[in-house]
Ligand binder design. Structure first.
Ligand SMILES: NC(=O)c1ccc[n+]([C@@H]2O[C@H](COP(=O)([O-])OP(=O)(O)OC[C@H]3O[C@@H](n4cnc5c(N)ncnc54)[C@H](OP(=O)(O)O)[C@@H]3O)[C@@H](O)[C@H]2O)c1
Length: 404
């Protein structure tokens, strides 16, 4: 993966990060194109839960002949650089990367692989790589790590991409909080990888252990999720830090944490979380949580960035912002689809987006977000449609509302 420039706000794989780092955002391309359930118990991300200011230019610099505008923002956000896979350059598109606090970079768009048929994984991953995707979001709980691993192995073997050119995330399931090392090794084995780019604590809750790699959600006699109250999140986090020390994982992060839990993690961590993954979309904008995390050097990834599309409507009975009239009308204005507009909105808020699709044509569609910019006034219109509305609703399946 070639990056024109990168930079880290601080090295936080080292102890004691103050959070007072200078944050810069760089855009390599000037703005352009103006005118333009039941089974849930065993497959939890479906249970998955939760979860602008415009900076002013301060300096400019050139690198590799490309003009890059560097802007600083008082809220201290991560630096964004550029990456252009060769075949992608031919298409005239560009994929940006965010540089994490530890210097590693993550492409701003990836694909989520939850709820995919195992037999469809190979074609989707290889197609995604050909399109230009370099970022894949997995989890032990999606039960497709082995299929992803096979597809990646084929991609490496055939020279489609090198290992170091892709960013692979997977997640520690709730039932493995007391078994972090073994769970990570199990994921690595299934994914056929020597190291993970990012390992996330999937939910800030430990549940009864059901065996490494089973990633089940066990229930008590009362029919409620069997929550383990003996393991603290701090204990889990220190085990995550050990994975970095062992070289098994490059970056570690959290998922579905709120501000309280994130703050606590910042206080007890020796290695600060590089990433937080939370539900974010135009109906669930979460500005305070995003601001807090970015202020403290945590890159924010939006899971469920399309509000779950029709899938969450079917699973949870929730509304999709893909059908929102404001979204539809703005999409028309920019000659884009609703999905492209929403994903671009997420990227312009300096969040990383990981839409899931089972359809190759939508892989193409969702990647075509680097050739337009949403104007400030339209970002404002999108801001106004926030409903503070979560579409992943575990309470419906776990017998307890973890966000109560
Ligand atoms: N950390 C967590 O707890 C957590 C929780 C939830 C999700 N995630 C991650 O986030 C990823 C995405 O989340 P998600 O799948 O729940 O929600 P999503 O990406 O917001 O929405 C997926 C839905 O949108 C549809 N879709 C995709 N592209 C579309 C397009 N261009 N036009 C219209 N519909 C489109 C998909 O249908 P088709 O498949 O038919 O295209 C599917 O129904 C997951 O795969 C997972 O990696 C993490």
């Amino acid at each position: 993966m070639r990056s024109r420039f990168v930079g880290a706000t601080t090295d936080s794989n080292a102890p004691a990060q103050t959070g007072h780092d200078v944050v810069q955002i760089a855009k390599a391309k000037p703005d352009q194109n103006e005118p333009a359930l039941a089974s849930m118990l065993g497959r939890p991300d479906t249970n998955a839960g939760p979860g602008m200011a415009h900076p002013s230019p301060t300096q400019q610099f050139q690198e590799e002949g490309a003009m890059a505008e560097v802007v600083s923002d008082h809220r201290r956000m991560p630096i964004i650089g550029l990456d252009c896979p060769p075949d992608h350059q031919q298409q005239g598109a560009m994929a940006e990367v965010v540089t994490l606090r530890n210097g590693h970079s993550v492409p701003v768009i990836g694909i989520g692989v939850s709820w995919l048929e195992p037999q469809s994984i190979r074609d989707l991953i290889l197609s995604a790589l050909n399109i230009g995707y370099r970022h894949f979001d997995c989890a032990a709980n999606y039960h497709i790590e082995a299929e992803v691993g096979e597809a990646l192995a084929e991609a490496f073997l055939t020279g489609l991409v090198k290992r170091e050119e892709v960013f692979i995330t997977t997640k520690l399931w709730n039932s493995d909080h007391g078994h972090v090392l073994d769970a990570c090794k199990d994921s690595l084995k299934k994914l056929n990888l020597q190291y993970l780019d990012l390992y996330l604590v999937h939910f800030p809750v430990a549940t009864r252990h059901t065996g490494i790699g089973t990633s089940a959600s066990a229930f008590g006699d009362d029919g409620v999720l069997d929550i383990d109250t003996t393991i603290s999140l701090e204990t889990t986090w220190h085990a995550m830090e050990e994975l970095v020390n062992l070289g098994l994982v490059r970056s570690i992060g959290i998922s579905n944490y709120d501000i309280f839990l994130t703050r606590d993690c910042l206080a007890y961590s020796k290695i600060k979380p590089s990433v937080i993954q939370i539900e974010i979309h135009p109906y669930f904008q979460r500005e305070s949580l995003i601001d807090f995390c970015q202020k403290h050097g945590i890159c924010v990834t939006a899971h469920t960035p399309l509000s779950g599309g029709t899938a969450n409507t079917q699973r949870f009975g929730t509304m999709s912002c893909l059908d929102d009239p404001v979204i539809k009308s703005l999409a028309e204005k920019y000659n884009k689809t609703a999905s492209q507009l929403i994903l671009k909105w997420g990227i312009q808020r300096n969040t990383v987006v990981i839409p899931k699709t089972s359809k190759i044509e939508r892989l193409h569609e969702n990647f075509k977000v680097f050739d337009f910019t949403i104007h400030d006034e339209d970002m404002k219109k999108m801001k106004d449609i926030d409903r503070k509305y979560r579409t992943n609703q575990p309470a419906k399946f776990w017998g307890i509302d973890l966000y109560a």
